[in-house]
Design a protein around this ligand. Structure first.
Ligand SMILES: Cc1ncc(COP(=O)(O)O)c(C=O)c1O
Length: 406
């Protein structure tokens, strides 16, 4: 990779500095178009799960492509407003939601998705005679790592699918009209069958609610991180969901709206974290290329043992060597090349001090999970398209890090 969106990597670093998050706008637009096209069912809505990346410039791109927003905190809602979304284009799916958060959403006129019986009771007292959506736990989950599985008995999310009677009696106690059923079983799923298994259970639950307007099957669509990974067959995914949903609507007697709320699939592959190598050293077991970034900027390898392909943008034709790529944070886990069990060297064209490396597929849960650990600022973010680059978030400064101190 010597260029992103037809802009040379060396020019990006010269102009915006290093480390740097770079997003390819064409990939953002392409992914949402592909997903929409795959779903033949006409009455559909994509909600971008902005927890994966809340840069308003990225959120604006998805709005231009017709997306709405899945938000999980009042601050995500505020960012969505900043990116131009209207109240009716936002679904609020918080977890362990406080009364203050529910009040905030009511004030802003935002549809709430309720994930516990306690929440229905509290919401009902606060706002009887209104419309609600219910998050169901369908008793099964899936995901690329245990921490990202959000369905099944080990998961804290949603109301278990066997509690339908309790949901209904609480709803009738407060005259709440259940207009939506929601479920999200996990993140990073590459098998269509995993989705269909959950969808069948959700639709089984949905038939007990007679006032529905939409059903939201959540996000979770995976992307191929390793070169050997197969991506999800998105055409097959869309076709199976459409078919199942159309059949349900026929039996239900009305054509409901079909919602999906992906994050990773829309934004993951568009993002590259560019870092600079400043140190090369060897131990008896590994050669390390040390860089000016770390898990404070991309925590996925350390948290989930996630693989991110790394390329040498400065020496793409060099002879490949096995090497570990590490960061500048004071913890041994600060290695970009690991697999959850330990360090996993990657074969990368010869790395020299001063080289720029591209850590690929870093658009989702990259910047949005970044921190200031070791009191280091977070990188700038840049969007590229057709040979043009524009800054979409400036690099943090020392003042940014200290402005909340009293
Ligand atoms: C409720 C909900 N919806 C959607 C998503 C998006 O998941 P993904 O980025 O895997 O599509 C998440 C991720 O955690 C979520 O919790």
């Amino acid at each position: 990779m010597v260029a992103i969106g037809k802009v040379k990597v060396s020019q990006l670093i010269e102009r915006f500095g290093s480390p740097l998050y770079v997003y390819d706008e064409d990939i953002l637009r392409d992914r949402i178009k592909i997903l929409k096209k795959s779903i033949g069912y006409p009455n559909k809505q994509i909600l971008y799960a902005c927890k994966s990346n809340t840069n308003p410039s990225i959120m604006k791109v998805f709005r231009e492509e017709g997306a709405w927003i899945d938000a999980v905190s009042p601050w995500e809602v505020e960012i969505a407003f900043k990116a131009g979304y209207q109240s009716h284009e936002i679904l609020y799916t918080g977890d362990n939601v406080t009364d203050e958060e529910m009040k905030y959403c009511l004030d802003k006129n935002i549809q709430q998705n309720l994930g516990s019986l306690s929440q229905i009771e509290r919401y009902g007292k606060m706002n009887p005679h209104s419309h609600i959506c219910i998050r169901i736990n369908p008793d099964c989950g899936a995901g690329h790592h245990g921490h990202t599985i959000t369905g099944g008995p080990e998961s804290k999310f949603g109301i278990y699918f066997d509690k339908i009677d309790k949901i209904k009696s609480l709803a009738s106690k407060y005259d709440l009209k259940i207009v939506g059923i929601h479920s999200h079983i996990g993140s990073g799923i590459l098998e269509v069958d995993e989705f269909i298994k959950a969808i069948d259970i959700i639709l089984g639950a949905a038939q007990h609610f007679k006032t529905l307007e939409f059903i939201d099957f959540g996000g979770g669509i995976g992307i191929p991180y390793r070169p050997r990974d197969h991506g999800i067959d998105i055409a097959h995914f869309g076709q199976r969901i459409s078919q199942r949903f159309s059949q349900f609507c026929k039996e239900y007697g009305r054509n409901l709206s079909l919602y999906l709320e992906p994050g990773r699939f829309l934004v993951g592959e568009s993002g590259t974290l560019l870092v600079t190598v400043n140190n090369i050293k060897e131990t008896p077991t590994h050669k390390f290329a040390g860089t000016n970034s770390g898990f404070n900027h991309l925590i996925r390898p350390m948290t989930y043992g996630s693989y991110h392909e790394i390329v040498n943008c400065s020496n793409p034709e060099g002879t490949p060597h096995k090497i570990a790529v590490s960061g500048n944070i004071c913890e041994s886990g600060d290695v970009f090349t690991q697999n959850g069990k330990g360090i996993e060297d990657q074969s990368i064209p010869e790395i020299r001090e001063g080289d720029i490396l591209g850590i690929l597929n870093a658009g989702a849960y990259g910047f949005s999970m970044a921190s200031n650990y070791n009191t280091r600022p977070r990188p700038a973010e840049v969007m590229v398209r057709d040979g043009q680059a524009r800054l979409i978030r400036r690099r943090e400064t020392f003042d940014d890090l200290t402005q909340t101190l009293v």
